[in-house]
Design a protein around this ligand. Structure first.
Ligand SMILES: [Zn+2]
Length: 253
């Protein structure tokens, strides 16, 4: 049996000089070799139930535009969802959008603990360490959502998810609603009450750091053009609002 040495946590641009730290909890649909034997179905891995399609590409471009560190777990959320508390039932799902995930049924306590220790713990430690090294950081969490959920169309191209601290969220909302072409979800399609706000809450809340979670509908960022457009648009909003809080210029990227 081959033993995989690929790290489950990726940190890009760790020395980025801008104030933002970007996290992309659902960047990857990879099932590491050591979990293959559980039998995750390959067709499920291409879909949003395994990851947030397009979110990593947007995050990467934002990381360049904002000169921001970017952190992401290189493991599918089907193995473990890093955006959930470790005691949540949705940490390791046994079904997703009505589809059973048999690979996750009947895990032993040790198997659950092993996934937590291998992925969840080091990911959040890395975020903590990255934030601690910066004088006045702000946290951006980038996600994507499926256009149709349980048969229902979602009208928003983008959603801003936030808790009590609205500093960054309001900035994005103001910038986005100015575009009449956009339907902006305000705590839609998810809100913190849906248990999707764990990473931001853990590292930035309540009120400790400016933070926002951005959900982009995944058909908007299915190709490079869409990914670049959305990253540029989000970076422009930050740049226009507070140029001194944004690190790198837009030049040459
Ligand atoms: Zn997500």
């Amino acid at each position: 049996m081959s033993v995989e040495v690929r790290s489950p946590v990726v940190v890009e641009n760790p020395e980025g000089a801008g104030p933002f730290v970007i996290v992309c909890d659902h960047a990857s649909n990879r099932i590491p070799d050591e979990y293959r034997s559980f039998g995750f179905a390959d067709d499920a891995l291409a879909t949003h139930i395994a990851w947030d399609p397009g979110a990593l590409a947007v995050s990467r471009r934002l990381s360049v535009l904002l000169d921001a560190p970017l952190l992401w777990p290189d493991v599918s959320r089907l193995v473990i969802d890093c955006n959930r508390p470790i005691d949540a039932s949705s940490l390791i799902v046994i079904e997703s959008e009505g589809r059973p995930i048999p690979a996750n049924r009947n895990l032993s306590k040790e198997q659950r603990a092993e996934r937590i220790q291998r992925v969840h713990v080091p990911y959040h430690k890395a975020i903590e360490a990255c934030l601690r090294q910066r004088p006045q950081p702000a946290l951006l969490a980038i996600h994507s959502f499926t256009p149709v959920f349980f048969g229902k169309n979602r009208p928003w191209q983008v959603g801003i998810v936030f808790g009590e601290d609205r500093r960054l969220a309001d900035l994005f909302i103001r910038g986005l609603v100015a575009d009449p072409e956009l339907t902006v979800g305000i705590n839609q399609p998810y809100a913190p009450a849906d248990q999707v706000y764990y990473t931001v809450e853990r590292h930035a809340g309540p009120g400790r750091l400016p933070a926002a979670m951005i959900e982009i509908r995944n058909d908007e960022i299915a190709d490079e053009f869409g990914q670049r457009s959305w990253a540029d648009r989000l970076a422009d909003i930050l740049q226009a609002a507070k140029p001194n809080r944004v690190g790198a210029s837009h030049a040459a990227v």
